[in-house]
Structures are given as C-alpha cells and as structure tokens.
Design a protein around this ligand. Structure first.
Ligand code: 5AD
Ligand code: SF4
Length: 489
C-alpha cells in the first residue's frame, strides 16, 4: 500500500492550527456575542454527504453554528455533484441567487466544493462568471479547508479580498481524524473507501474522485464502535465500489471480513452498504450477508442496462446472465432478500430493442424500487464522444415506460408485506402522503411517524415522538407502490 495516500499527521496538525486561527478571525469579523452561522448544502451521493459532515466538523471547531436557512447564514458552502447535467445546472442556478445575496450582505462568504469543482472547465466557469464566490476547493483538498479559508478571511481582514481556487490534480488521499458534525442522529454513513477504478464509459466519478483507496479496517472499526456507543442505529458503509474494499491494503480485511467484524460489535443496530459493483459481488459476500444478523437483507446492485451490447459499451464488465446469476444465488442463500438498482436510459447508441431487454430484466429481478436516469453526457468520459442518435423526446418515452413498468413491480413487492409484522427503524415524523393512513387517527398524543424496514421500504404509522431513533415492530395494513403503513405492535 502506498503510504503517501495518508495525509501526514503533521499536515493535519497544521490544519487544526488553522482552525484556531480562523476562529480568531471569525470573532473579529462577526463579534463574540454570537457564533457566525454556516449553511452547508451537499448534493448527490453519500460520499458527498460525508464530506459535507467533515466541513461542518471543521466549521464547528472554528466556532460556527449551523442554519438550514441560507438567508440567515454568514458562510454558505455548496458541496456539488457532477454525475449528471441537471445536478450541475441546479448549482449554476443557485450561484445566480448567491450573487444577489452577496449584494445584500457584503460580508457573506461563499464557497464551493465537491465533484463539480474538481473539473477544470467548471472551476474556471465559477471563477469567471461568479465573482461572488470566495473560494473553490477540489475534492482532493477538503482537509486543507481551514488553511484555504484562513487565507480568504485574512485577505479580507487586510481590506484586500483574495479569492482562493485550489484544485489539486492527484489520485486522491485519505485524511483520517477530521472532525465531523453529522446531519442525522439515527443513521450514519461511514466511508470505507474512496475513488473508483472502473471507468464506466458514462461516469465522471473516476475523473473527479481519484483512484480506489481503502481506509484501514482498524480506523473504520474504531469509528463504527464510536457511532454505536453514541446511539446510532444504522450504519451504512459507503464507497464508490465497496466490493473493492481492501484490495489495495496489505494484511488487512476484505469487504466481507470487514462486514463480519462490524457485525460482531455488540449492540442493536443495522448495517447497510453502498454501492456494490456486480462484477465484484462474490458468493462470499452474499454468504456473509446471509450469515450476519445485523446486515440488512437488501442489496443495492446497480445493473444500468439489461442488454449485453450496451453493458459492453458501458464497460461494466458483466453480462445480463452473470448479473442474473448473482441475483439468483442471493435469492437462494438469503431468505427474503430484496434489491434496488440504478438504470441509465438512452445510453449512446442504445436501440429500442436493447431498451426492451432492460424492461424484461427489471421484471425478472423484481426490484423494490429503481433509481432511473436519462443518460447525461459528461465531459472527458468515453461515452461523451460516442454517437447518440436517439432524440431526447424518444428517450423520455422510454424513461416513462420504465417508470410505469417498475410501478407495477414495486407494487407487488410492497403489497406482499401487508399482514406481516416488520421491524422498522423510526427516522422522524411522517407526512401522510399518497392516501396511506388517510382518515385514520392515532391515540391522543401520537403523531404520524416515518421509518424504514430493513428492505428500505418507507413505513408510516401512529406513535409517540419518543419512538424516533428506535426500532419498532409494525403490523403492515396498507401498501402503495412506494410506501407501507401499519399499526405499532
Ligand atoms: N448519465 C446518467 N446517469 C448516470 N449515472 C452515472 N453517470 C451518469 C450519466 N452520465 C448514474 C448511474 C450511477 C448513478 C449513481 O448515477 O446509474 O449508478
Ligand atoms: Fe461511476 Fe462505474 Fe465507478 Fe460507479 S463503478 S462510480 S458508475 S465508474
């Protein structure tokens, strides 16, 4: 393993020192009567959410409080996603508003980080088109936020505003021990590895997140124990391709062994993981899921397409048959297992017949739900250079057909739960959507609670607020194609 991947302890100590110095400058800027308020908004995947939590952690050490209301913030940071064009457009739209906010509030500090900023052409656009932006951090320099932020604060303090644009071109690093302020107090994401080596033809992630690198299992296990001690009830192991965990480590655990070790930590909690690449989803992993009682019997296994030619062009390195044989093995070895998946509609050159193969595959697997996307060309990827003759209108027709097909498939999965008693982890108050529970009333003092089953199915029921953050047995009485409702036992 390349030791240089780990950010040295001296560098992290230097950043801690910058956090103190930022704190002093922030007091000078905003006074010491109240903490400056930071608004940190993360778009996209769990990895970004996890980075956002580290930014909040560093800001908290600098003495900041947090707000969900962007208008009341003194520091605004957007942690961006580059996976599809619509995610990027959203951020460009927000930047227009941020420019306006800065006109109203001159000392507002605006920063950008995440996958969009790691692309040179996008960072350049932020620099030229949005003068309101004070700093831009690429994905590989997140741990240097204190130093970079200090530079921005100190220059403003001297009356000479200096913007910072720091985008390091490297294969990625691992910075252990950064402080964190988590968004949720029931469910926690825990990064186990970073980056991706797969280079799927459509995907920008390997270009912006660097090569695969795994955290040491001792560090992960220490974090997992701490989270469980704090009372977290669900831990999701996060990585772009968790099945590759440990391949770059010497004398350390494989992903199934890591799961087994976390499962052995005492306590009542659930373990999830995402995302698994089908080409690396081994029988050993599936046997581990079957064996470990704390691992949810639900697998998110993105298939992307049900057609072999398209899968080949996507560089997915498995066939439809191989994918289906994994699903088959999982169904045989893990009683009650359920699946979700990601699908791309309208990959360059995909034909109507090839799309039909995706439709037949989703019926064959019987997913609980799908994350479906219309193909979005990403600069620098192989697919962006391919011929793409099918019109956007036609792709939209296919996309809607897929949603319709999944609606029926999902409905069957959800309806099969009616009459069963399922364990639900209560996340918060529910919203009573879709007619579920309509016309019913709970006992006095009860509210509508929302939780999820181990299969990730949203479940609403009446109960007291104190149940939030706990496991509750719910007898399922109603189902829609995306949610369940029931009665607390
Ligand atoms: N266009 C559309 N969808 C994409 N995804 C990744 N890249 C693209 C793209 N260029 C989808 C894949 C992936 C999910 C996270 O996002 O389905 O699994
Ligand atoms: Fe992108 Fe493929 Fe890596 Fe997933 S496995 S992040 S889709 S390149």
């Amino acid at each position: 393993m390349n030791k240089e991947i780990f950010v040295p302890a001296e560098e992290l100590a230097k950043q801690r020192d910058f956090m103190k110095r930022c704190r002093e400058l922030l007091v000078k800027r905003f006074g010491d009567e109240r903490s400056p308020l930071a608004y940190v908004k993360s778009f996209g995947c769990q990895q970004n959410v996890s980075d956002g939590e580290k930014l909040r952690g560093m800001l908290a050490v600098m003495g900041c409080g947090f707000t969900e209301d962007v208008n009341s913030a003194n520091i605004v940071i957007y942690n961006t996603c580059a996976v599809r064009d619509n995610a990027e457009q959203k951020v460009f739209g927000i930047m227009g508003l941020a420019t306006h906010q800065k006109e109203l509030k001159k000392d507002l500090l605006i920063g950008l980080c995440g996958c969009m900023t790691q692309q040179k052409h996008v960072a350049e656009r932020f620099k030229m088109r949005f003068p309101a932006v004070d700093f831009v951090l690429g994905t590989h320099v997140l741990h240097r936020f204190p130093e970079i932020f200090y530079g921005v604060l100190a220059s403003a303090d001297r009356g000479k505003r200096k913007r910072a644009f720091v985008i390091d071109e490297c294969d990625g690093v691992i910075a252990e021990g950064l402080p964190e302020v988590r968004e949720d107090s029931v469910r926690a994401n825990l990064s186990v590895m970073y980056g991706c080596n797969n280079f799927c033809a459509y995907c920008v992630v390997p270009l912006v997140r660097g090569r695969e690198r795994s955290r040491r299992s001792a560090d992960i296990l220490r974090d997992a124990r701490a989270l469980i001690e704090k009372g977290y009830k669900e831990i999701t192991l996060v990585g772009q391709n968790v099945n590759s965990y440990g391949k770059d480590l010497e004398n350390d655990l494989t992903f199934p062994e890591l799961l087994e070790a976390i499962n052995a930590i005492p306590g009542d909690f659930w373990i999830r993981f995402m995302t698994s690449h089908p080409k690396d989803c081994t029988k050993e992993l599936l046997d581990t899921i079957a064996r470990c009682e704390k691992i949810c019997k639900h697998i998110h296994l993105p298939v992307q397409s049900g057609n072999d030619r398209v899968l080949g062009e996507m560089n997915r390195r498995y066939t439809r048959e191989q994918y289906l044989s994994i699903i088959d093995y999982a169904k045989k070895t893990i009683p009650g297992v359920s699946f979700t998946s990601d699908i791309i509609v309208g990959f360059p050159g995909e034909t109507r017949e090839e799309f039909e193969d995706t439709k037949s595959l989703i019926t064959e697997v019987g997913y609980n739900s799908l994350f479906t996307f219309i193909y979005s060309p990403r600069e620098g990827t192989r697919a962006a250079r391919m011929d793409d003759p099918v019109s956007a209108a036609e792709k939209a027709v296919w996309f809607n057909e897929l949603l319709d097909a999944q609606r029926d498939i999902g409905m069957a999965q959800f309806e099969a739960c009616v009459g069963q008693t399922l364990r639900v982890l209560v996340e918060g108050e529910g919203k009573l959507k879709n007619g579920i529970l309509s016309g019913r009333e709970g006992r006095e003092g009860d509210c509508v609670l929302m939780g999820r089953t181990e299969h990730g199915m949203v479940t609403d029921f009446f109960g007291p607020r104190e149940l939030i953050g706990q496991f509750v047995d719910v007898r399922i009485t109603e189902a829609s194609n995306w949610a369940l409702a029931g009665e607390r036992i």
